[in-house]
Structure formats: C-alpha cells, structure tokens
Design a protein around this ligand. Structure first.
Ligand code: AMP
Length: 303
C-alpha cells in the first residue's frame, strides 16, 4: 500500500433530509474521505479545525487507521460549519449556510513525516489552500482534486490555477457544467481536460459516474439503493474509496482507475445509508467487497 494523504475541510454539519435531520454532526470533505478510505488502509489527514471541535469527533477519527498528525485544532478559531438540505430524489444539496471560519484563515501545515505522500487528494476547500498544500509535498505520484459551486463562482481564477497542477479532478455534473459553460457532460469533461488534468470524473448522483480521460470515456451506474437517508459526503466517500483502491494497488493506469471508480461507487453507497459519518465508522473491507460482488453481478450481461 502506497501512502495516501487527504487535505480539505474538517467540519461541523447540520443537515436536513426527507428522512430527518442532524445538528452539529461530524462532517467536512476531508473527514468523509479519510473515513471512507480508511476501510482499505491507512490515511494521513491534514486540516484545521477550531478550538470548538469536539474531542469525541477526534476520537471517531483516531479509532480508524487515520493518522491525525496533520490535524490542527487552532486556538481562538472556530471550526468550519455547513448547513444543508436535501429534497426529493436528494441528488443535490441546497446550501443554507456556510461559515468558513477557520477555512478563511491560514491553511494547515503538512507535517514533515507526511511530505513524502505518494497519493494525494485535495478534497473540497478553498482552491488557494489546495495549492498551498500541494506546494509542501515532494513530488507525489498522483494528485486528484475536488471542488464545488461556491469556488467556481467566487474563486474561478484560483481554481483554474489549481486545476493546472493536478492529475485528476472529481466533480459533480452541475459543477462541470458551471465550470465550463457546456451542458453536454462529455463536452464539459473534455473542456476540463484542456485546463490541465489527465482525467475528469464527473459524479451524477443516483445516475452514477463518468470518467473522461485522454484515452476515452468510461461510465458506471450508481449502486441502486432503497434506503438513501443522507447523501452528505457521498462525493467525498466516492473519492476515498477510489483513491484508497489506487493507493492500495499502487497503480494509476486506466484499468486501475476504472476499478477504483467501482470501489468508490460502492463505498459511497454505504455513506448514504445513515446520517453524517454514521455508517463509515465501522465500515470494513469485507463489507465493501461483498457489495462489490453484488454490484459486479448487476453489471453482467452476455456478449
Ligand atoms: P459532499 O461529498 O459533496 O456531499 O460533501 C459534503 C461535505 O462538504 C460536508 O460535510 C460539508 O462540511 C463540506 N462542505 C460544504 N461546503 C463546503 C465548502 N465550501 N468548503 C469545504 N467543504 C465544504
């Protein structure tokens, strides 16, 4: 297993879905990623929380093979907070409030012991912070980033600079359209390749994922689920499952990437079965593999 590092938001979320709501739950892009990837192996987490970040949240993370040497709990600062709502088919979150708090301050420092990380995921956070983080690493093998509508709207130039420095990008369909101004997703994916990345993974919620790369296109459906309770973190969990697989194999070729997308899809299907990070806290490799077998069976057909 090659080393895997994630940086992004560490958050406190309040989420409402047609199935209920949670207040002050553990969240954040890097948190979902780390918990999801930790089902496959060790993960290094880098991010900043505030003084108000509950001790029990730290314990939830340290119970898993997540190295918290890069988690700073900054005195005098407040943790990033997000309040969101899902309705109907719950394909997209409506953001009701974002308090950047510590995310608007100086970014985290990568501990010396993490600088050699081989596989790196720049989870959703301010694109300038994403680049600052990247500049502290000593030549990683694979760098993939995520982003969101807020940054596309408010920090477009910074985001384009970040996209120019990564190997891959993972974003959802609405974000791909917003970033490129192209409604057709194949066209949007190809346009994003011109910004620098070698591949783009476009997430389409319940409709699955599409990989647009220099060698062509690959698509996978989502795992059909009856019990979708809270889709928060599905995207980050997808990325965690995907990068966890690539780091585990220490491969970045196209077939590895396709298989990694299946691992990501199945990993995310667990996240959405419970509120917040509930289902990820005890998710193991065996459970993912069992559901992968069902998923593979569902995709099988004759010549
Ligand atoms: P997703 O996988 O897209 O559902 O990510 C959900 C997580 O993203 C939540 O736990 C939020 O705390 C986090 N999040 C929401 N808005 C932002 C933002 N502007 N920057 C960083 N993280 C965010």
């Amino acid at each position: 297993m090659a080393s895997l590092l994630v940086t992004g938001s560490i958050g406190i979320d309040c989420v409402q879905t047609p199935h209920g709501q949670v207040e002050d739950a553990l969240g954040g892009s890097a948190v979902y990623f780390a918990l999801a990837a930790s089902a496959q192996g060790p993960v290094r987490l880098v991010g900043v929380a505030g003084e108000d970040f509950p001790e029990r949240f730290t314990a939830m993370l340290s119970d898993r093979p997540i190295d918290l040497a890069g988690l700073e709990r900054r005195k005098g600062s407040k943790t990033f907070r997000w309040r969101g709502q899902y309705a109907g088919a719950m394909n997209e979150a409506t953001t009701l409030a974002t308090d950047l708090n510590v995310l608007a301050e100086k970014g985290p420092t990568i501990p010396a012991g993490f600088r050699d990380s081989r596989y790196v995921f720049l989870a959703n956070t301010h694109p300038t912070l994403q680049r600052e983080l990247l500049s502290q690493l000593a030549g990683p093998e694979l760098v993939v980033c995520d982003t969101m509508n807020l940054w596309i709207r408010t920090e477009r130039e910074e985001l384009l600079l970040t996209l120019g420095m990564v190997d891959g990008v993972v974003l959802n369909d609405a974000e791909a359209r917003m970033l490129t101004g192209i409604d057709n997703l194949v066209g949007a994916g190809q346009k994003i390749l011109t910004y620098g990345p070698e591949f783009v993974v476009i997430k389409k919620g319940e409709h699955g994922v599409m990989l647009v790369g220099r060698e062509g296109i690959f698509v996978l459906p989502a795992m059909p689920m009856y019990d979708v309770v809270d889709p928060t973190g599905a995207g980050d969990s997808f990325a965690g499952g995907m990068m966890g697989y690539l780091a585990g194999q220490n491969r970045v070729d196209t077939m590895a990437l396709r298989t990694a997308m299946a691992w990501g899809t199945v990993t995310a299907s667990f996240t959405i079965q419970d509120f917040s990070v509930g289902r990820l806290l005890n998710l193991g490799r065996a459970a993912i593999m069992a559901r992968l077998a069902e998923y593979r069976d569902m995709l099988r057909f004759e010549e």
